[in-house]
Design a protein around this ligand. Structure first.
Ligand code: PMP
Length: 362
């Protein structure tokens, strides 16, 4: 069988080089003679690993000293609860900028713990990010929440909002470490690891220190950023292997040249697909406004949402081992995810197939 090209939205492809490293160290971690899977989380081995992964996060994102780097269980959605539990107490209210399914889910979760102000008019058709001058921001909000990349709708922020001093909180689950980010512009950045930076089971949280010590009394300890940062992310048994995989992926990014290299590759890969869409005379159709088209998740339709032809496209793609291209059930159609680990060559294979399919059916 020829090589599989996985364009899944997450859990997503990991770099082949990382698999090779993990295979080699699976049963004998760092010369200890045992697997990390059976190593104590209170051992010097794990303490070192925990620090190494924090350090590589800090180096790649140039994290300022007044921010904590925390690893937590519960994935991205765990943080949908953790954000209000840790931050909403200051005023009891929070601003949510809903630009797709994931930020809508985050807002819904936050409503359990306080008042949520929806900054944008509600819609069920997410195709752009309204100009910031039209946003209904509440100056009394404890924080403003955004999702920097909507994985399902393929909408990615091309700017950092000005929240006039209110802490900005960002879900970066699907574009974490795909480009440089000025961390100092954010109060909190978080994301599940299983798309761009590792495997399911761990969320990476970067939080500014002055935002600690204000969790609601009902906040479970395992979601409490203050408690976990004091315990250096070893409050309970952490998802050690998932944290280790994250470390190996981030070290791989560093070896390739860091986040500028990832950004360059993401531009190149996403342009390959968007260019074909644009040059197809409407045969392929990308619904998202050009300035906010995601470089990580590219949703598109064929014709005027011709479901039969889309089915044929997906079937033909699978026959060529181009897999997991089906659009999310919320939006249908096709979605190509071009995360860090997906190579330019793999995207070129998809682009070639798209061109051939167009020639045959246009
Ligand atoms: N936020 C975004 C942007 C996501 O894409 C996802 C998962 N697809 C989540 C949050 C939820 O992550 P998890 O499944 O780790 O809870």
């Amino acid at each position: 069988m020829s090589k599989i090209h996985n364009f899944g939205a997450g859990p997503a492809k990991l770099p082949e080089e990382v698999y090779d490293i993990l295979k080699n160290e699976l049963t004998n971690f760092d010369g200890t003679g045992i697997s990390l899977l059976e190593t104590s989380h209170r051992s010097p081995t794990y303490f070192k690993l925990n620090k190494d992964v924090q350090d590589v996060v800090r180096r790649l994102l140039n994290v300022p000293d007044n921010y904590k780097v925390i690893f937590l269980s519960g994935g991205g959605q765990g943080q949908f609860a953790a954000v209000p539990l840790n931050l909403i107490s200051r005023t009891g209210t929070a601003d949510y900028v809903v630009t797709g399914t994931w930020s809508a889910k985050a807002a819904k979760e936050a409503k359990k713990y306080g008042k949520v102000n929806l900054v944008l008019p509600s819609t069920d058709r997410y195709v752009d990010i309204p100009d910031q001058s039209t946003w209904n921001l509440d100056p009394n909000a404890s924080y403003v929440h955004i999702c920097t990349n909507e994985t399902i709708h393929g909408i990615e922020f091309d700017f950092i909002p000005d929240t006039k001093g209110v802490p900005l909180v960002a879900d970066m689950s699907s574009n974490f470490m795909s480009k440089k980010v000025d961390v100092s512009k954010f109060g909190v950045i978080y994301g599940g690891a299983q798309k761009n930076i590792g495997t399911a089971g761990v969320a990476l949280v970067i939080v500014r220190e002055d935002l600690l010590n204000q969790a609601l009394p009902i906040c479970p300890s395992i979601l409490d950023w203050t408690v976990n940062s004091k315990a250096d992310s070893i409050l309970n048994t952490p998802p050690m292997f998932a944290i280790h995989v994250m470390g190996r992926v981030l070290q791989w990014i560093e070896r390739l040249g860091g986040l500028d290299t990832m950004a360059e590759l993401a531009n190149k890969k996403s342009s390959l697909i968007y260019d074909i869409i644009e040059q197809s005379n409407g045969f392929y159709y990308a619904p998202v406004a050009k300035n906010v088209r995601s470089k990580m998740n590219i949703p598109f339709r064929i014709g005027k949402a011709d479901e039969a032809l889309e089915k044929e496209f997906l079937k033909g793609a699978e026959a060529l081992n181009l897999i997991q291209l089906k659009g999310h059930r919320d939006v249908g159609g096709i979605r190509a995810s071009t995360y860090n680990a997906v190579t330019v060559e793999e995207v070129e294979n998809l682009a070639k197939y798209m061109k051939e399919f167009y020639k045959k059916h246009a």
